[in-house]
Design a binder for this molecule. Structure first.
Ligand code: FES
Length: 74
């Protein structure tokens, strides 16, 4: 099965598929009961690394996608 990561506009990363989630020390984080794991990317969640909906409260806005590099003038 393929892992799918969806970047939600103004919200978390939604990760779906067979993954292992570990903390900064490499300790496993139990996600056995979750089909989709929502990972906070706004930094305001009180249950990090998971999203708890706090992005709505703080008005998190997604950074824009990377712009294409401009060509050097010739
Ligand atoms: S992205 Fe949802 S609480 Fe941070």
């Amino acid at each position: 099965m393929t892992v799918r990561i969806k970047v939600r506009a103004g919200g978390p990363f939604a990760v779906e598929g067979p993954i292992r989630l570990v903390d900064a020390e490499g300790n496993p984080i139990d996600i056995a009961d979750r089909k989709v794991v929502l990972l906070c990317r706004c930094g305001a969640s009180r249950s990090r690394p998971f999203c708890d909906g706090a992005h709505y409260r703080i008005g998190f806005e997604s950074p824009p996608p990377c712009a294409e590099e401009e060509e050097e003038p010739t």
